[in-house]
Design a protein around this ligand. Structure first.
Ligand SMILES: Cc1cc2nc3c(=O)[nH]c(=O)nc-3n(C[C@H](O)[C@H](O)[C@H](O)COP(=O)(O)OP(=O)(O)OC[C@H]3O[C@@H](n4cnc5c(N)ncnc54)[C@H](O)[C@@H]3O)c2cc1C
Length: 469
């Protein structure tokens, strides 16, 4: 593995194919045609070799938690990308692999006529394994490009301990990176290269039918509120900048109003880049307090999560927790839990705690949960399960199954934060030991919890976001 530049790694030592027909970009998670360092690198390579570009995006049926909800959100971004790639002059292929009888090994087949492969470098979930697998199969160079955040992940040499350790490092170099993206034009334009791979035509009219034909979890329904794609992401960004950001420093902790950006799903699937969002915030007329509060979340907390999953290969387990948590868990593992709920009870919002039930209901009905109550949601499950491992497994499962922004570095950093990751020891108590403790009673007093609970109950018949005030 060789670091080619601050965003790019060469994952093997193979030679470029001499008689290649194109350069291949395997778009896995940066699902956009703008502000995309991986696409830019692929275009630069195509220009260097005077070859056209083939962009491949596949959606398989067997990734963990595959459902109508996640599939629909991804498919909603396909048609607009096809049009954008027409304009760029690249051949774009989208393949929906519906079930076990559908053609397989498409990446390998497309690679057979490629000079080299460019892939997305995402530090979590199935993507590192995909990249490892293609390196094992490919006889051409494979480059992985990091287009995750504003600061390249390579700028940090090791796992950061907490926000306070990464923040000064980010602040020092942020001005160099918080600048508009410079696009490169593809020189050898060809949009209809014949490639040995099925190409699924996706339009807004056939998404529901396509999803119904896939061998995935049909019980998790598409979100009636959040719709995928860059256009929809930009629509939400515009509303956020114009109507919500001016009061963000006050409204972001009010789950009963539409007071935060609700952009995490667009960021997770790469429909929007963090750079585009950060520049829109920076250039807005909002107060410095609101801008600073927002950029702290979007840059410091988000980059901390990506740094965590990149450098800690135990990121999806309790083993990633610091020593003080390991110690306090050992001391409190046998503490009596007064109430134990099964996964089914939790999933069905059947606890004694109305506020907790509301957070799970928001998740089930919309595909998102507000940050403020998401912390409470995670904390309470720790006291309602037999042990810490069970709590982690349930939280990971519910978060990744129902939330569109799940399966992301923020998912793991967020869930483990509930167990003390990136936090500090607090006053010792039962079950939680020295982990920070939260209760519905005190949390619910800090915002309009009754209004929030009522809103979640109205979602089934009237799925819409609350008002901005
Ligand atoms: C138990 C738990 C689970 C979580 N799971 C996820 C998850 O699966 N996916 C996810 O993106 N976030 C997760 N978070 C972090 C946070 O709750 C969400 O990012 C936030 O709710 C998204 O809403 P928003 O876009 O309106 O946020 P805003 O307040 O508008 O923030 C803007 C952006 O900053 C980033 N951000 C905000 N808060 C955090 C944070 N605490 N850590 C890292 N980045 C942050 C997100 O990309 C977000 O879109 C989790 C937090 C907890 C406590």
């Amino acid at each position: 593995m060789e670091q080619i530049n601050e965003r790019t790694q060469l994952l093997n030592d193979k030679e470029i194919r001499e008689d290649a027909k194109y350069v291949m970009y395997w778009m896995q998670i940066f699902k956009r045609t703008h502000d995309n360092h991986a696409l830019k690198f692929a275009i630069e390579k195509a220009n260097e070799l005077d070859l056209p570009l083939v962009v491949y995006e596949g959606l398989k049926f067997y990734y963990p938690w595959a459902s109508d909800r996640i599939h629909t959100f991804i498919l909603e971004g396909v048609e607009e990308k096809r049009k954008e790639f027409e304009k760029i002059g690249a051949t774009y292929l989208f393949y929906l692999q519906k079930d076990d009888d559908s053609p397989k090994q498409t990446v390998k087949k497309i690679a057979e006529d490629a000079a080299l492969i460019v892939t997305d470098d995402f530090p979590c979930f199935i993507i590192p394994k995909h990249n490892q697998a293609i390196v094992e199969k490919a006889d051409i160079p494979v480059y992985a490009v990091d287009s995750n955040g504003i600061i390249p992940m390579s700028k940090f040499e090791k796992e950061e301990y907490a926000a306070y350790t990464i923040r000064p490092k980010i602040k020092k170099i942020l001005d160099d990176y918080l600048v508009p993206f410079e696009d490169v034009e593809l020189e050898n334009k060809k949009t209809n290269i014949e490639v040995d791979c099925p190409d699924t035509k996706v339009t807004s009219d056939n998404i529901a039918d396509l999803v119904a034909e896939c061998d995935i979890d049909h019980d998790v329904k598409p979100s009636p509120i959040y719709h995928g794609g860059t256009k929809n992401g930009r629509k939400r960004l515009k509303k956020f900048i114009e109507e919500i950001l001016p009061n963000y420093d006050e409204t972001r902790n009010k789950p009963e109003v539409d007071g935060s950006s609700r952009l995490s799903s667009y960021l997770h699937f790469g429909f929007l880049s963090a750079l585009e969002v950060a520049l829109a915030v920076k250039d807005s007329d909002a107060s410095e307090d609101s801008k600073e509060a927002y950029l702290e979340e979007l840059i410091v907390r988000r980059e901390l999560s990506y740094n965590f999953t990149k450098f800690n290969d135990k990121y999806d387990s309790l083993e990633a927790l610091p020593n003080w948590v390991q110690e306090t868990m050992r001391e409190h593992v046998d503490d009596e839990r007064e109430e134990i709920y099964s996964l089914e009870q939790l999933e069905n919002c059947e606890t004694y705690d109305e506020l907790w039930n509301a957070t799970q209901r928001e998740m089930n009905e919309t595909g998102e949960v507000h940050n403020y109550v998401r912390m409470l949601w995670g904390k309470l499950v720790i006291q309602w399960t037999e042990n810490y491992e069970d709590a982690f497994v349930i939280l990971e499962h519910l978060n990744n199954k129902y939330c569109l922004d799940g399966r992301n570095p923020n998912s793991y950093a967020g869930i483990l934060w509930c167990f003390g990751k990136h936090d500090r020891p607090w006053m010792e108590r039962e079950i939680f030991g020295k982990m920070r403790y939260m209760t519905s009673k005190s949390t619910g007093k800090k915002f309009g919890s009754k209004k929030y609970i009522e809103w979640t109950k109205s979602l089934k018949d009237n799925p819409k976001l609350p008002d901005t005030k």
